[in-house]
Write a protein that binds this ligand. Structure first.
Ligand code: MLT
Length: 264
């Protein structure tokens, strides 16, 4: 489906019924990474998975920032006449979920922070993003996918499920160069959400793969300590893309979380 949000078209899936659940994708993927969750959760939640600006079917135009992506998500909720939703995101999607909390807390019924971090980029992270921008400019998304894929997918998945590795690689290679560069610039400029963690007063689920090399379990634990009452689930034999690598385990913890909201 496509919705007009401000001056851009946003591609999104909207399936199922129940509590609204927005799922925000990782970099440099698109909304289709949530297919294992959408198919499993349709009876539990109204699952809304948008393509972020510059990815999938969403217009690549305008300024790119993490706060801007969050505003696009709030605009999509307006277009769908949804007041509050559980907002979940994986990695870059998690940065945006935290920005939703900072900028639009009244729209957030709960948070799901998967394989993500609250802190901003450090000097090494900024340097690596500059190299990726250069790679995207000179060689395009296929080269970016090649450079990123090994870090995204965990060791167990690489060894036991080469099919998952290949499909993620293909998905990454499809991203537009403009979307990639915009997202990298947005992530470089993002602010540190750590000071806001202690203000989160909605139910929060933190999920991380135990083989996540990009946002490892210790990063997830650091967020859990700061977010009052939050719950942490560490998924065995999953890397950074835990929802794709261990879909059944991810769906179980997400489903349990959604049920717990009925009683909170
Ligand atoms: C992602 O999976 O979205 C990226 O690893 C986020 C990042 O590069 O910081």
């Amino acid at each position: 489906m496509i919705a007009l949000v401000g001056d851009i078209e946003v591609g999104f899936d909207d399936v199922g019924s129940g509590i609204p659940l927005v799922l925000l994708h990782a970099f440099p993927l698109d909304r289709t990474m949530w297919a294992p969750q959408l198919s499993a959760l349709v009876e539990r939640a109204r699952c809304i998975a948008p393509d972020l600006r510059g990815f999938g079917q969403t217009t690549a135009a305008g300024a790119y920032s993490i706060d801007g992506y969050a505003d696009d998500v709030a605009g999509l909720l307006d277009a769908l006449r949804i007041g509050r939703a559980v907002v979940g995101g994986l990695s870059m999607g998690g940065y945006i979920a935290l920005a939703m909390w900072r900028r639009h807390p009244e729209r957030v019924r709960g948070l799901v922070l998967a394989d993500t971090r609250a802190t901003a980029d450090d000097a090494a992270g900024l340097a690596s993003r500059r190299s990726l921008i250069e790679l995207a400019r000179t060689k395009g998304s296929g080269a970016v996918a090649g450079a990123q894929i090994v870090g995204l997918v965990g060791k167990s998945t690489r060894e036991k499920h080469p099919d998952i590795f290949d499909s993620v690689h293909r998905l990454m290679a499809q991203a537009s160069d403009e979307g990639i560069i915009g997202a990298l610039e947005a992530m470089m400029a993002r602010s540190d959400s750590t000071p806001f963690l202690s203000t989160i007063d909605v139910p929060t689920l933190i999920v991380v793969g135990d083989e996540d090399a990009i946002t490892p379990p210790k990063v997830a634990r650091a967020m859990q300590v700061e977010i009052p009452g939050s719950r942490l689930e560490v998924l065995a034999q999953a890397g950074h893309l835990s929802n794709i690598e261990r879909p059944a385990a991810f769906n179980t913890v997400l489903s349990e979380f959604l049920v717990s909201l009925l009683y909170s």
